[in-house]
Design a binder for this molecule. Sequence first.
Ligand SMILES: *[C@@H]1O[C@H](CO)[C@@H](O)[C@H](O)[C@H]1NC(C)=O
Ligand SMILES: *[C@@H]1O[C@H](CO)[C@@H](O)[C@H](O)[C@H]1NC(C)=O
Ligand SMILES: *[C@@H]1O[C@H](CO)[C@@H](O)[C@H](O)[C@H]1NC(C)=O
Length: 416
Amino acid sequence: MHTERMKLLVVLLTLNCLCASIDVWELFGPKLKSSRSLETENTVHDYVKDLTVKFEYPLEVHKVISSQGYILTLHRLPYGRKATNTKRPRPVVLLILGIFGSPECFLFRGPQYDLPYILADSGYDMWILNNRGSSYSKQHTSLNPERDKSFWDFSFHELGIYDLPPVIDYILHLTQQKDLFFIGYSMGASIGHVLCSSRPEYNTKIRHFINFAPVTNVVHFLPPGQNFLFAILPDFARSLKAQNISELFPRRVLTGNIFKGMCQNGSNLQPLCMAAIFLIVGIDYKQFNPALFAHIFRYFPDGTSLKTIEHYVQILTTGIFKEYDYGIEQNRLIYGSDEAPRYNLSSVTVPVSIYYGAGDILSTKMDCEYLAKKIRNAMGLYRVPFRDFNHMDFMWATKARQLLYDPLLNLLNKYK
Ligand SMILES: *[C@@H]1O[C@H](CO)[C@@H](O)[C@H](O)[C@H]1NC(C)=O
Ligand SMILES: *[C@@H]1O[C@H](CO)[C@@H](O)[C@H](O)[C@H]1NC(C)=O
Ligand SMILES: *[C@@H]1O[C@H](CO)[C@@H](O)[C@H](O)[C@H]1NC(C)=O
């Protein structure tokens, strides 16, 4: 077991060096060229539209301005492919993506595989929020993401406090519904808990809060080296900060193609790609089809702020789900206390269901059990019934539908 991990580590380091030598600036850095106009720089090809056209689903695009001025994009599948009465009101589902996520991650495999299509076909009004800083939500009423560093001065905290409230209000107003189903995947679940603990009035606007692999308190103290990500992340974040980098992993065609070339079928490096990924999310060869590599890097990773990573580093190293720690002096000014305040999970009163993967090393069984105990209204804690189900399988498992989405559909139908 140990030598296996060491091997994987070497593999990942090799991969790292490779990426670094290819083009580290493309990967992490701000754009070097500033000659292109803002329009060109900020316009990404609209793959969401391509995919929904290809699979023949209706698509709507909505914009909501958050209370901090970020212009957020929502993608909506208002009904399914074969819907007859399209005017009938449908229960609303809002999906909040994980870190580096994009809507396409949940849309590119097609109607037999992907959650939004399955829910839309089952009579739900499906909405997906693009988190601020990602390709379709990299816009602001006054700040320029390419030039203004303050655009990137946010972590998942701000997404929960300032972005979700107007988004939820907008959807409820437009659909004339009084509440909605909220599905938070990974960071999406963190964001949901930030909202429900800090803005209690939103507990009544959510009918049921579904957690997929939530990241809140980290109670599973793994020995260093057991999760490679936990081991490298603090140094990684520090070095980027020292380089004044504030935007992380913006979507780039070139970087995507490099990863695709390395990982897709036919490449000798494919085993390295798999090993590198499994080192972070948990090892599950059975549920991951490597043929997906031909598509994944067009949509993943998508941009976020370095501060989001720093905030997670603080949570991973202290184990405590709390607000961003600025250091004692700043904390006193900002919070009126030496320490950053903890999110008060006892204020989360919405009914909550939690799904975890037994092979997930980012959000573990122990973490989820702890969360379920803290939440007053925890309705269910479900182990996805597959031994190695990992963090990534919530999106891309070959059998995600049978193992997770169909059971979820039963749960939604019960509460709708
Ligand atoms: C980072 O920015 C600060 C001011 O904002 C500047 O003093 C410093 O030299 C910059 N560091 C690098 C490595 O560019
Ligand atoms: C890629 O390889 C996998 C096995 O490694 C195979 O199952 C799949 O069909 C291949 N896909 C394509 C598109 O060639
Ligand atoms: C947390 O919230 C609960 C319920 O709203 C409240 O009774 C408790 O005092 C809060 N705890 C802290 C530390 O604020």
